[in-house]
Write a protein that binds this ligand. Structure first.
Ligand code: PMP
Length: 439
């Protein structure tokens, strides 16, 4: 019996169902700008996925990769390579406090999975606390740690969340702000640790500034209390710096803007300015010894790939050469520009740190409903992303999709910042109707 054959559809599957219409096909990039296949130029106000921190087409990073390629392209991750070792030294130099040893991985998801494995081996405690709405990766294990329901949902039927325990998001769940929010949220963390049984909790995994969920910094004092609580109950504090690392918040790592030291730190994206895939876990000497002596295997073939490590060394040089200062010098200007958007009735809230900002929209007095939780909801937020692209500016859709995110390359100057915010202003006007104040 002849079977009817379907023509195979050929397409790249988008990495998630983004509500930003039909994004352009990008073929080139230079500094803060990318060009599509029709020659149209866009201001990249989201550094693609908050990762091209040094900007596109950086000659220094390209040269570092090419030089490595001319020496040796690949060396086993089970052996030593001079470039990989040099990057580990550089990371120890810029990392907070005692974090001096790096386990190299490939993606942020895999780095978080490795961090959890290391934490469990070190503490002997299985549970890991993360936050609802957080994003820690999309692979099976990291997806289980991700509080964002659109990622987690697909894993749930298979028991993918068996080891994660979720804390409520800040500030949404606490009906407080400032010091009161810091205290209530930290008390809640302590409550959960005590009720789970502190000896069963190996680690707390947190983003220093909550990235894809809306660029929310924690209230002042929160992380200090988290550090105290972790110390009191022998729980490891892991900072997920996949977005906040490498200058995004104005310091090498986001947790340095909070003045505390984590026990472990995971990184990816900006380590190479996204010129090649690389990620890793930074730990202090005691945990490093435990990994060395542990008798368990973390290795991945492409972890610490020499071409990626060369890109990492190149990117760190570029960050050292004025990009961190650029973020520090222009963060307040960026905030001032974005605050002007609050004149729109539809803008409920603007917040962020450094070059990572989120803007939440409202429907009258109420927030818009996330289309993930109600596909029939009338939510025009995705239109803002489309309208900004119509104006040749790329911004990101947050999760929940009631907000957008701006995170340009760290080389953006005042002109790019103001152009980006002007386009966003016009895009908001087009999506929601322009109110008188802003007309
Ligand atoms: N952690 C955070 C905070 C992230 O934002 C992301 C990705 N956006 C990840 C982990 C996962 O990284 P990757 O996509 O490289 O696996």
């Amino acid at each position: 019996m002849s079977q009817q054959r379907m023509e195979p559809a050929s397409a790249t599957l988008a990495h998630w169902s983004s509500p930003d219409g039909d994004p352009p096909t990008i073929v080139e990039g230079e500094g803060c700008y990318v060009t599509d296949d029709e020659g149209e130029e866009y201001l990249d106000f989201i550094a693609q996925l908050y990762c091209v921190n040094a900007g596109h087409g950086n000659g220094e990073i390209n040269a570092a990769i090419e030089e490595q390629l001319s020496k040796v392209a690949y060396v086993s991750s089970a052996k030593h390579n001079d470039t990989r070792d040099r990057l580990a030294d550089e990371l120890a130099e810029i990392a907070p406090g005692r974090l001096s040893n790096t386990f190299f991985s490939i993606s942020g998801s895999e780095a978080n999975e490795a961090a959890v494995q290391i934490a469990r081996e070190y503490t002997g405690a299985p549970k890991v606390l993360t936050r609802y709405q957080s994003y820690h990766g999309g692979t099976y294990g990291a997806g289980s740690l991700t509080g964002d329901p659109s990622t987690r949902a697909a894993l749930e039927p298979y028991g993918g969340t068996a080891t994660g325990k979720f804390l409520p998001p800040l500030p949404e769940a606490f009906d407080a702000e400032g010091e009161e929010l810091a205290e209530k949220a930290a008390n809640h963390l302590e409550y959960v640790i005590r009720n789970e049984g502190h000896e069963t909790v190996g680690a707390v995994l947190m983003e220093p500034v909550a990235g894809t969920s809306g660029a929310y910094p924690a209230p002042e004092g929160y992380f200090e209390r988290v550090r105290e609580i972790c110390d009191e109950y022998d729980v490891l504090l892991i900072a997920d710096e996949v977005i906040t690392g490498f200058g995004r918040c104005g310091e090498w790592f986001g947790i340095q803007t909070e003045g505390i030291e984590p026990d472990m730190l995971t990184f990816a994206k900006g380590v190479t300015s996204a010129y090649a895939p690389l990620a890793g876990v930074l730990v202090g000497p005691e945990i490093a010894d435990n990994v060395r002596e542990g008798g368990y295997d973390l290795g991945q073939t492409f972890g610490g790939h020499p071409l990626s490590c060369a890109a990492g060394l190149g990117a760190i040089d570029v960050y050292r050469d004025g990009l961190l200062e650029n973020v520090r010098e222009n963060a307040a200007y960026f905030e001032d520009e974005l605050r002007e958007l609050e004149a729109h009735d539809a803008v409920a809230d603007v917040r962020g740190r450094g070059f990572l900002w989120g803007i939440t929209f409202r429907d009258g007095e109420e927030p818009f409903v996330d289309p993930w939780t109600d596909p029939d909801a009338d939510n025009p937020v995705g239109t803002v992303v489309e309208e900004a692209a119509e104006r040749n500016v790329l911004i990101g859709a947050g999760r929940p999709a009631t907000q957008v995110i701006c995170a340009p390359p760290l080389c953006a100057g005042r002109e790019e910042i103001s152009d980006g915010v002007d386009a966003l202003d016009a895009a908001i006007g087009a999506a929601f109707g322009r109110n008188d104040e802003n007309a």
